[in-house]
Design a binder for this molecule. Structure first.
Ligand SMILES: *[C@@H]1O[C@H](CO)[C@@H](O)[C@H](O)[C@H]1NC(C)=O
Ligand SMILES: *[C@@H]1O[C@H](CO)[C@@H](O)[C@H](O)[C@H]1NC(C)=O
Length: 322
């Protein structure tokens, strides 16, 4: 029926295909530990393309736009924060090290951060930070974040009411975005969303306003989704009609978010610098295209891709990690 493939084989054969995701979260400069509180994207390619291929999400109507592949599956732990805390998301590509390239140098594009109550509901994601093209050729992904060690900074909104929240951070690669994915699925903007589970403490009273849904927030008609990035990176520019300004996709940043974020000094990282096989952290969901038999062996059903389904009965986030 299907073959048993040792996980290590998959990991080694796929590492070159993996793209950027969040490996750690610093709270006020203190690392909370590799992969703690993070919904690590699962594989989203056929087995021969990699059992751990964190390929980009390109289909704007896919559930994967929310928290990436298998993003409905909760991380076993939740990061405790307070309003006003400075969070630094540590994005990496192949390893959680200073020599890692963070994201391929061609993947110019914007980066955005949203927050939603956890679990998310209709229109519950509120944008709290964004960065796009900030000077000719300089993009959030490849210039700011990649050249600053993969660090993406945001502050927990002032006075935010206590409770469980999901932060959805994303990097977007526009290197093939001159055509919409629905017209040409080989190309299109590449999205790397990743979700972090936080529990806000304190006695704040600020509630989030209505926001947007994922999927749903972006459309193939958005000028920031179908965009020729080479108009604002290449010299000379392409000969086709060129727009050198850039409009970041999604809603405007919520007025309750901090207007500036500063990078703060960070502690050394706590935890491993290499990726954790996704078979070791999937615990609470049924996986339709792949299942693991032991912690080290994995059975992959090669013919169909995983379809993420959000549970109708959502697990209450559990900060104790049980
Ligand atoms: C995009 O995702 C939607 C929703 O899951 C699905 O119906 C559609 O077939 C997908 N499109 C492509 C080209 O895969
Ligand atoms: C977050 O950073 C800002 C700017 O550096 C600083 O003023 C503030 O005290 C920091 N907040 C916390 C909780 O450390």
């Amino acid at each position: 029926m299907y073959s048993l493939i040792p996980f290590a084989v998959i990991l080694f054969s796929s590492s070159a295909f993996s793209h950027t995701f969040i490996w750690g979260v610093f709270v006020n400069g203190v690392d909370q530990g590799t992969f703690r509180g993070i919904r690590l994207p699962a594989y989203n390619g056929a087995p021969n393309a990699g059992g751990y291929a964190n390929s980009p999400v390109k289909n704007l109507t896919s559930i994967d736009m929310r928290c990436n592949v298998m993003g409905d599956i909760q991380a076993p732990d939740t990061i405790k924060v307070a309003p006003g805390d400075n969070l630094t998301f540590d994005w990496h590509h192949n390893s959680r090290t200073l020599t890692d390239d963070v994201i391929a140098s061609s993947h110019h594009g914007p980066a955005m951060i949203y927050i939603s109550p956890d679990p998310p509901t209709e229109n519950s994601f509120v944008k709290i930070w964004e960065e796009g093209l900030y000077s000719f050729g300089n993009w959030a992904t490849t210039e700011d974040i990649a050249k600053n060690g993969g660090h993406m900074n945001v502050r927990v909104p002032a006075g935010l009411k206590a409770g469980y929240y999901l932060i959805r951070a994303e990097m977007v690669g526009l290197h093939e975005a001159n055509v919409a994915y629905d017209l040409n699925p080989v190309r299109g903007a590449q999205f790397y969303p990743d979700c972090v589970q936080i529990e806000v403490g304190g006695d704040g009273t600020v509630e989030l306003p209505s926001g947007v849904s994922f999927p749903g927030a972006y459309s193939y008609e958005d000028p920031g989704i179908v965009y020729d990035v080479y108009c604002s990176t290449a010299t000379p520019k392409p000969t086709t009609t060129c727009t050198t300004t850039y409009q970041i996709p999604g809603p405007t940043v919520w007025s309750g978010a901090w207007s500036t974020t500063t990078s703060i000094s960070l502690s050394s990282i706590a935890g491993p610098t290499t990726a954790t096989p996704w078979s070791t952290w999937i615990q609470k969901s049924i996986v339709t295209s792949a299942e693991y038999s032991t912690a080290t062996d994995i059975t992959v059903l090669g013919s169909s891709l995983y379809q993420a389904k959000w549970s109708s009965t959502y697990q209450t986030p559990d900060p104790t990690g049980s």
